[in-house]
Design a protein around this ligand. Structure first.
Ligand code: 5GP
Length: 129
């Protein structure tokens, strides 16, 4: 089975410049921009420029250069936001929703970086929802 990438998804349109975004950082392989519906004072999405659907797709098929750039971009954005624990910030949370059970809405792999407030415990309860 192969991953099927829908190039009409909203992040593909952002990457093609068809929809505006609030860019935080752009690198060779990644774009970081502010979430349109922030759930925390700082809510930034980091996406690879390549056509990856889910985290597992990216982890299994992206090149080493893409993976390094993605990981480093997350670190750089955390630094830019001033949220690095023990340095100048109070911490952050990374979330990568994947697939149906992960409640992924946009089928282009992305990491949420959320910070700027106490974010509560990781999940309210396995039985809620
Ligand atoms: P998911 O549920 O797929 O992990 O998260 C998708 C995220 O994309 C949501 O937090 C949503 O607010 C954000 N989003 C959806 N459409 C747009 C858009 O057009 N621009 C930006 N900046 N964020 C978007």
């Amino acid at each position: 089975m192969a991953y099927e990438y829908d190039d009409q998804n909203i992040f593909a349109k952002i990457l093609r410049g068809e929809i505006p975004n609030s860019t935080v950082l752009e690198t060779e392989h990644c774009l970081a921009f502010r979430d349109i519906t922030p759930l925390a004072p700082d809510h930034v999405l980091v996406i690879p420029k390549g056509p990856y659907v889910t985290y597992d797709h990216f982890a299994l098929e992206a090149s080493a250069a893409e993976i390094v750039d993605f990981t480093r971009t997350i670190g750089k954005v955390c630094d830019m936001l001033g949220v690095r624990p023990g340095f100048d910030g109070d911490g952050f949370r990374l979330i990568v929703n994947s697939g149906t059970n992960g409640v992924q809405e946009v089928p282009h792999m992305h990491t949420h970086i959320m910070a700027g407030r106490w974010l509560g415990h990781m999940l309210p309860s396995a039985k809620q929802d």
